[in-house]
Design a protein around this ligand. Structure first.
Ligand code: ASP
Length: 418
């Protein structure tokens, strides 16, 4: 059994969906295909959620209509507009979403986020499943909310491995079939939709692979494999052809966006290799992440995370920042889904650089302000260089002010202000 994962860029329009078809049509072994939302759909659904929070329901509905149109155009281009079952299914999703938007009161923001944003994957997999069936690649569409059981941590749900594995075994028969399912989404024990964190579809692929003891996971991307820097930001990049699971975890912890940070652990635990390959050119070699760590230190990697929040916290009465403060602070961070990427502390001060969804920043600040003196900078940049050798600071951060610098034997990290 293999697991293929297709991200948003690989299903962004009708041609991309045809390309997905050509990549899987000759696969004869059992295959689970995990698909993200099409193109920028998740960002657009996030905007709809933000509109709901600021009580702009009409705008939210207007944006939803535009998003449905985007999907209808893809359906037309795929010659699926006569497919009545598809039409009924998608209309019912849109209506469900409209109801959520209209009935939105100032409830649990994170819960509603998951109810809204999860539709991106439901749209994409439904369309793709119908397209494949229409073109002779018979497949079974599976609702990931009936497979992946999670905690109630909306926006960043944790997986119940035993229950998920049981559901997956019951639904996936291992009989040479092709299954299509959604990345990123699951459900809690009460059946409420949850999400696994942005870019979480890689993680879904790993959960499924772990559950069925897959031979391999392939993540299809718009780059030839794992690169040592983001080619959109850095002029010269090199491919990391082979790295170990351990190295991949370190890189994704530093913020390398190639794979979702939680993806590696389940694969490592069962020794399932992960390949990253180009959906634009499947004859290219790709990169493989496995137990083999021989080449881990060959090439330095540059990981740049723009638009981070730098927040410095001190006590109001000049008392030291102790462990109990720190545990309280982390509880507050977890409550608002703040992802910590770097920490630094002194006797009186605790600073973190991380990412928070903008609408949740005021909530964090008001909880912190009750007890602490808080200073913060939005939109700082975080650069990490792993396995650094002699290097010059890359162009992208030249002439910026360095606010924090941290150096270990393997990694240098900087926080910059423009
Ligand atoms: N669609 C979700 C996102 O954009 C999950 C994913 O693509 O992995 O974050």
């Amino acid at each position: 059994m293999k697991v293929y994962k297709f991200g948003g860029a690989s299903v962004k329009d009708a041609n991309a969906v045809r390309n997905l078809y050509s990549l899987i049509k000759d696969e004869n072994s059992e295959l689970i295909v995990v698909v993200s939302a099409m193109g920028k759909t998740t960002n657009r659904l996030e905007h709809i959620w933000e509109k709901c929070i600021s009580q702009k329901q009409k705008n939210a509905i207007h944006e939803l209509d535009k998003l449905s149109l985007f999907h209808s155009e893809i359906i037309n281009n795929l010659n699926l507009s006569q497919d009545e079952k598809l039409d009924v299914k998608l209309k019912s999703y849109v209506n469900e979403l409209k109801e959520i938007i209209k009935n939105y009161k100032n409830e649990n923001h994170a819960l509603i986020y998951d109810q809204i944003v999860s539709f991106g994957e439901l749209f994409s997999t439904t369309i793709i499943s119908h397209f494949l069936n229409q073109n002779g690649k018979n497949n079974t569409w599976l609702d990931a909310r009936k497979l992946i059981v999670t905690s109630d941590h909306f926006q960043e749900a944790r997986v119940n491995w035993d229950k998920s594995q049981k559901n997956i075994h019951e639904s996936i028969s291992n009989q040479g079939k092709v299954y299509i399912t959604q990345g990123f989404i699951g459900a809690n024990k009460d059946g409420q939709t949850t999400t696994l964190g942005r870019e979480g579809s890689d993680y879904s692929a790993a959960i499924l692979a772990w559950s069925v003891n897959a031979n391999e996971v392939v993540i299809w991307k718009d780059v030839s494999g794992l690169l040592n820097a983001d080619p959109k930001l850095f002029k010269e990049t090199e491919q990391l052809f082979k790295i170990s699971f351990k190295e991949a975890i370190e890189l994704s912890y530093l913020g390398a966006s190639v794979i979702h940070p939680k993806t590696i652990k389940p694969l490592q635990n069962k020794g399932i290799p992960l390949s990253i390959r180009s959906f634009l050119n499947d004859s290219q070699k790709g990169s493989v992440i496995s137990n083999n760590g021989e080449n881990d230190r060959d090439i330095p990697s540059f990981i740049f995370k723009p638009n981070q929040l730098l927040i410095s916290i001190s006590t109001k009465d000049y008392s030291f920042i102790f462990e109990d403060h720190i545990s309280e602070l982390f509880r507050l961070f977890a409550e608002v889904g703040l992802k910590v990427h770097l920490m630094q502390n002194s006797a009186l001060n605790f600073s973190i650089c991380g990412h928070i969804k903008t609408p949740l920043l005021p909530k964090l600040l008001s909880s912190l302000n009750e007890k602490y003196v808080v200073k913060y900078n939005e939109k700082v940049d975080l650069l990490s260089i792993r396995h650094y050798k002699d290097f010059e600071l890359p162009e992208i951060v030249k002439n910026q002010e360095i606010l924090i610098q941290q150096r270990s034997r393997s990694t240098i990290r900087y926080v910059f202000k423009k």
